[in-house]
Ligand binder design. Sequence first.
Ligand code: TMP
Length: 217
Amino acid sequence: MIEGHFIVIEGIDGSGTTTQTRVLAERLSDKGLPVRTTREPSDGPIGVLIRQILTGRVVVPGLHGVHAPSWATMATLFASDRLDHLEAEIIPNLTDGVTVICDRYDYSSVAYQTVSSGGGDDVSTWVRELNRRARRPDLTLVLDVDPKVATSRRNTRSGSPELYEVDEMQVELAKFYAKIDELFPNDTIRHIDANCGVEEVTAAIWSEVMALRGESV
Ligand code: TMP
């Protein structure tokens, strides 16, 4: 059995990773390919806990008031969730010949936990080390978007902002994603201009995925 491709879609909040994950899966499925979408934080037990933290449903009452866990705690939670996600869902599907499209993966950890720490190289090195056993994707698509465009997209969503949905942080995250290739020189990374409409972004993603598959568009 030939393994499926492992494709990851990354970007700041409001860059369109969730929409593009869904649309890409629909297009591959229309071609008759077995495909599965998934996301991180995952829908496994650690991922569910993380989402509760991100949405403020779990707060940690401490001596100095109520606060979210530190960036370092979040980094270890995300890394644990990732390994569990790989073992429980991603690898079994790839082994069965299914193409897996994952909405966020370890670049999110390196970007978000480094930026939220306020730190630099030593933090990103530690976060990469925590994720060293995470299988490398066959292709990572980074959706590059102007943080102002992403903010206006987020503002059209219902619900309260999540933990990292703070405009200043998103500006730093966009800069971080722009140079993510330097931290992962052996990965196959394609940057996609995601400032335009959904169809244009989908078309750019499609040509990269067809190139990965050795097919013409
Ligand atoms: P979502 O909004 O795309 O569902 O992702 C949840 C949030 O979690 C988003 O703000 C990015 C953040 N995140 C991290 O900080 N580190 C990670 O490793 C992952 C996967 C997500």
